[in-house]
Design a protein around this ligand. Structure first.
Ligand SMILES: Nc1ncnc2c1ncn2[C@@H]1O[C@H](COP(=O)(O)OP(=O)(O)OP(=O)(O)O)[C@@H](O)[C@H]1O
Length: 232
C-alpha cells in the first residue's frame, strides 16, 4: 500500500535519509527501527508530507504522492501521531476528540475511545491524566476519521515496560478491528518484536535490513548497529 523508492533527504550536508526503498503491505504493522539519528522520523515526515524529498518517490496505493501537501495526504487516508497532545491544553479529552472529528467529518469516536480504553479520561484535560493515557489520546487523535495508513512516531516513548506492552496490545487489536495499516517508529524493541509483522532497519539514513522480526533481530548488521543492545 505504501512504497518508498530511492528516497533521499538531506538537512544541509547531513544525509538524513539515503536512498531508502521499502514497501509496506496493506493491513500490516510495519516497524521502522534503528539507532538514534538513523533517519526514522525524517522518513515519517516524507510520508506524511511534512517534508519533501531531495530525490526519490513516495507512492500510496499505487499513486505518486511525493508532491502532495500534508493535508491532501490526510484526506487520502494517511494520518500521523505527534508527540504532543496539548494543542488546546484547556480542552477536555472529549472536546479534543470532538474537534478532531469535526475537522475530518467523522460522526462517532466511541469506537476509538473504547479501543484505546479512554472512557475514564473524557471529562478531564490532558494535564490531569497520566502520561500513558496522554500517549493513547495522541494515538486516538490520529485515528479519528478512520485513516487507512497511520504513522506512529515513538508512541511508547517515556512509558514504562508494562505501559508499553499494554499500548502495543491496544494497537494490534485496533489494526485488526479497523483494517488499518501502521508504520511504527519505536525504540522499545520488545514492543516492536511483539506487534510488528515486518521490520525495516535504518542506520545512518540507509536501509541495512528488511524482513520478518525473527530474521531481522538475528541479522549481524542489525546487532552491530545496536551494539548488541537487546537486538539479538
Ligand atoms: N531539523 C534538523 N536539522 C538538521 N539536522 C537534522 C534535523 N532533524 C534531524 N536531523 C539530523 O538528521 C539525521 C536523522 O534524524 P532523524 O530525527 O530522522 O533520526 P531518527 O532515527 O528519528 O532519530 P531518533 O531515534 O533519535 O529520533 C540525524 O543526523 C539528525 O541529527
Amino acid at each position: 500500500m505504501l512504497q518508498l523508492d530511492d528516497l533521499s533527504f538531506a538537512y544541509g550536508s547531513v544525509k538524513a535519509v539515503n536512498q531508502v526503498t521499502l514497501e509496506v503491505a496493506e493491513g500490516s504493522i510495519h516497524g521502522l527501527i534503528g539507532p538514534n539519528g538513523a533517519g526514522k522520523s525524517t522518513c515519517i515526515d516524507l510520508v506524511s508530507g511534512r517534508r519533501r524529498p531531495t530525490s526519490g518517490t513516495v507512492r500510496y496505493r499505487g499513486r505518486h504522492i511525493t508532491d502532495l501537501s500534508a493535508s491532501r495526504r490526510r484526506h487520502l487516508g494517511i494520518a500521523r501521531s505527534f508527540q504532543r497532545i496539548s494543542v488546546y491544553p484547556t480542552l477536555t479529552v472529549a472536546d479534543q476528540l470532538d474537534l478532531a472529528a469535526r475537522l475530518v467529518g467523522e460522526q462517532d469516536v466511541d469506537a476509538i475511545v473504547a479501543a484505546l480504553d479512554l472512557g475514564q479520561c473524557l471529562s478531564v484535560t490532558p494535564a490531569e491524566i497520566g502520561y500513558g493515557e496522554q500517549r493513547r489520546v495522541d494515538i486516538a487523535l490520529a485515528l479519528v476519521g478512520a485513516p487507512d495508513l497511520v504513522l506512529l512516531d515513538e508512541p511508547a516513548a517515556g512509558l514504562s515496560r508494562e505501559e508499553s506492552i499494554a499500548l502495543a496490545d491496544h494497537l494490534a487489536a485496533l489494526v485488526r478491528d479497523r483494517g488499518m495499516t501502521v508504520v511504527l517508529v519505536e525504540h522499545h524493541l520488545e514492543v516492536v518484536y511483539r506487534v510488528c509483522d515486518r521490520l525495516t532497519v535504518l542506520d545512518h539514513g540507509a536501509v541495512i535490513a528488511d524482513g520478518v522480526p525473527q530474521e531481522v533481530r538475528r541479522d549481524p548488521q542489525v546487532v552491530a548497529a545496536y551494539l548488541g543492545r537487546s537486538a539479538a
